[in-house]
Design a protein around this ligand. Sequence first.
Ligand code: PHE
Length: 348
Amino acid sequence: MDVFIELNQIQAEFQKDLDLASDLAQLDQLKIRYMGRSGSVTNLLRKISSVQKEDRPRFGADANKLKSEISDFMSRKANEIQVGSGRKTIENLDVTLPGRLPVIGALHPTTQIVREICDIFVSLGFSVIEGPEIESDKYNFEMLNIPKGHPARDMWSTMWIDNPNHSDTNSTLLRTHTSPMQARFMESTTPPIRIVVPGKCYRYEATDSTHEWHFYQIEGLVVDKGISFANLKGTLYEFAKRVFGDDRQVRFRCDYFPFVEPGVDMSISNFKDSEGNRPIKGKDEDWIEILGAGMVHPEVLKSVGYDPDVYTGFAFGMGPERISMLREGIDDIRNFYSNDLRFLGQFV
Ligand code: PHE
């Protein structure tokens, strides 16, 4: 007989038997009949070797579910029977039994890594600022030296909100990065500035193991008199060591982002040790890119009313999910938002 049909039959029979049971002795009998050494559930589980390979995980899951259902139902019934005979309940009450722990929720793995990263920057003197997820073209692009028609706009596949022609600077969109907060924050304050901006971003992209249409970024911005590229390197090196361990090396290479000049990406080292193992699991490369950065572009400083001859600064942006994936050996970004408790539970 097909094991899945058999499983359903056992479930149905059990429900009938359970309805008929009226005292604890009968419940004990039931337990032996279904869960005992040659009970029907135990026998069914033994048949797993005859189940087609591709059906096994489903069979295993169904059978385990049945097992826990049966024990749940039996303890509920046992309770009912005991409550029915009140005096007995008190006699059977064992106050020395350990209590049952309630299931307690925990922070989402993204929240955990975002907080961890922000805490690192707070300890380096940064403040944490948040900004709107619905942005205007002006802050997401224009003020960041990405005018209309600029080919660099293609780096950020955009979800527009209200104006499909997006010809107007006020047209709204779901921010494609946290960089608009660079302009917003600079515009509303005067240097010195040292901020990190965590938040959700959105891109009009097909999802796969390394791309989500929505994800987090953490932006960083430092502006003051005399800020140099050495400050950028030192700060980000310290950050990399705190997240990935003291023996991590970092490498900077030229990269292009319209709002920084020079622009770089930063990679962390992933060399094989003497046994041929790499520190970052599942990545067979010597260097792994973790963020984009650069010196704030003079045009951006001008657009917020700062004099680029007086003030300089650096900015950086990173994807916290990606950082968590590298450190924890997670191979699919979609795990973060598919809400499978088997994944989420590993971060409790
Ligand atoms: N905003 C950039 C992106 O989304 C990252 C970045 C931020 C690069 C700040 C340089 C400086 O790709």
